[in-house]
Ligand binder design. Structure first.
Ligand SMILES: NC(=O)c1ccc[n+]([C@@H]2O[C@H](COP(=O)([O-])OP(=O)(O)OC[C@H]3O[C@@H](n4cnc5c(N)ncnc54)[C@H](O)[C@@H]3O)[C@@H](O)[C@H]2O)c1
Ligand SMILES: [Zn+2]
Length: 478
């Protein structure tokens, strides 16, 4: 009892300090109590949102059509991009067979890095610049699809500096106005939804943070979603990529609403890809979440369960449509230092020669703590998602929405044998300052600069995200 009282007093003291330290001016003060549908007064917030998504074709075995698609596009010199592990597996072979059958001339680039970096992006860009390709096929998970998007972009804009299109504040965040070559994405994981989005993520090695390029212009021309590829995934790749779907859905559904994001763009080209939660993204997020609740455990546990794996493959695209236009928030924000500062952790089932915290694992580990805090912004949505994930919310009280969703997530992760907290992936309490440091500058910069895309998502967390750091400790993640 005495311990609990002491902890409460310590938290209360810190929160008071944070409150005093926080800027309360109208530009920086974006905390809100969610009243869905009502924008704050004033003319600075957006009034519109735009949905952008790649064309998508779904079907078991649909990969065999890729050669015909390239022929229909008139492609003569194609770049097939993948990673070293996948280059030995059936999905890549199926694509090559279709290209050969349809007389498409192509070169393979299989040097994609799993969890790409600025350096690995640049290597791919150099390869593509030399090849003068007129179309691209990316066969793989998010790492491959993102690398291919970046290579297509910079080869189409050969005089640009690498940081020109990278999100501010790390890059210049310039809008893309050059035309790109057609890119067909063939996802082989069920997680990132990258086949639907104009997003390409990489580790910026120099700063040890993840950042990316976000522009509707780089989204694939076509996503060929073939569930047969999912049958080759090892169970941890299914689980971790499935957690990515879970967090994309939860975060985009609980993100700041688009009409509370500022500034309102003066030209539609500057309206960000990540606009905040909106009625269309909401539909995809909730639908994806229902599929995760029904099928993820089955998909992980039984490699032959085509129904479960097919549904997860679709859910990945559904959540991609949602978050690709709404954005994500704190689980993804916190995941950057967790994956960027990795020491020696080797992820089971990932056939790579470098330490790696898989993206989906790095986002989901903090999710119980994150949603405990974000619940105060939109408790109804947090309760609704807890119910979708299996919680009995019939007698739940609104103030308990955060803990209820957190407990539901903990049980869900426990059932799927998720590594227990940050200690299991190689961090100790001594790393807390570095993890906080890795998150702080990024989030603070984003909060301060109202023209940044991510600002929309982070702005209302300017107080609560710091509370989240406390939560890391309080939830005894070690
Ligand atoms: N662009 C976006 O919208 C977006 C969204 C979320 C995450 N990401 C990024 O995507 C990356 C993670 O991508 P990912 O989770 O899809 O995995 P991945 O591409 O990193 O691949 C993970 C591992 O699984 C293997 N693999 C992939 N498909 C397989 C299959 N069918 N059979 C057997 N092995 C297979 C790969 O060879 C690799 O070893 C991260 O860099 C992350 O930041 C991008
Ligand atoms: Zn993600």
């Amino acid at each position: 009892m005495a311990m609990a009282a002491a902890t409460r007093a310590r938290v209360a003291h810190l929160l008071r300090q944070l409150q005093r330290a926080a800027c309360q001016c109208p530009t920086h003060s974006h905390t809100y109590s969610q009243a869905p549908g009502f924008a704050p007064s004033g003319k600075t917030t957006d009034y519109a949102f735009e949905m952008a998504v790649s064309n998508i074709r779904y079907g078991a075995g649909v990969t065999k059509e890729v050669g015909m698609d390239l022929q229909n596009m008139g492609a003569k010199n194609v770049c097939l991009m993948t990673d070293k592990n996948l280059s030995q597996l059936p999905p890549v072979q199926m694509v090559m067979d279709s290209l050969v059958k349809n007389g498409i001339s192509f070169k393979v680039y299989d040097n994609v890095r799993v969890e790409p970096t600025d350096r690995s992006f640049m290597e791919a860009i150099e390869f593509v610049k030399r090849g003068a390709f007129d179309a691209f096929v990316a066969v793989g998970g998010g790492s491959t699809m993102d690398t291919c998007k970046a290579a297509n972009l910079y080869a189409s804009s050969p005089h640009s500096d690498f940081l020109d299109y990278v999100n501010a504040p790390i890059g210049k965040g310039k809008p893309v106005s050059v035309p790109l070559k057609p890119l067909i994405a063939v996802p082989t994981t069920s997680g990132t939804g990258s086949e639907t989005t104009g997003v390409a993520i990489f580790d910026y090695e120099h700063l040890k943070v993840k950042t990316g390029i976000a522009s509707r212009a780089i989204k694939p021309t076509l996503g060929l979603i073939d569930p047969l590829h999912t049958l080759h995934m090892p169970d941890r790749v299914v689980a971790n990529s499935g957690f990515d779907v879970l967090c994309h859905a939860l975060e985009s559904y609980t993100a700041l609403p688009y009409h509370m994001r500022s500034p309102c763009p003066s030209n539609p080209i500057t309206r960000p890809a990540y606009q905040g939660s909106n009625p269309i993204s909401d539909i995809w997020a909730v639908h994806a979440l229902r599929i995760v609740a029904k099928y993820l455990k089955r998909a992980v546990r039984n490699p032959d369960d085509l129904e479960a794996r097919s549904n997860m493959h679709l859910a990945s695209a559904f959540a991609g449509i949602g978050f690709g236009n709404a954005g994500v928030h704190l689980c993804h924000g916190m995941s950057y230092p967790i994956s960027g500062l990795v020491k020696t952790y080797k992820a089971k089932d990932y056939n790579v020669d470098h330490p790696l915290v898989p993206h989906g694992l790095s986002v989901v580990l903090t999710s119980p703590a994150v949603f405990t805090f974000t619940a105060q912004m939109s408790p109804e949505r947090h309760l609704e998602t807890a119910e979708i994930l299996g919680a009995d919310t019939r007698t739940a009280r609104i103030p308990d929405a955060g803990p209820i969703l957190a407990d539901t997530l903990r049980k869900f992760l426990f059932d799927l044998d998720v590594d227990d907290g940050l200690a299991a992936i190689g961090y100790s309490k001594a790393d807390i300052p570095a993890l906080v440091k890795g998150t702080l500058p990024q989030v603070m910069l984003l909060i301060k600069e109202p023209h940044l895309e991510w600002m929309a998502i982070f702005s209302h967390f300017k107080l609560t995200w710091l509370r989240f750091q406390l939560e890391l400790v309080l939830h005894r993640m070690w």
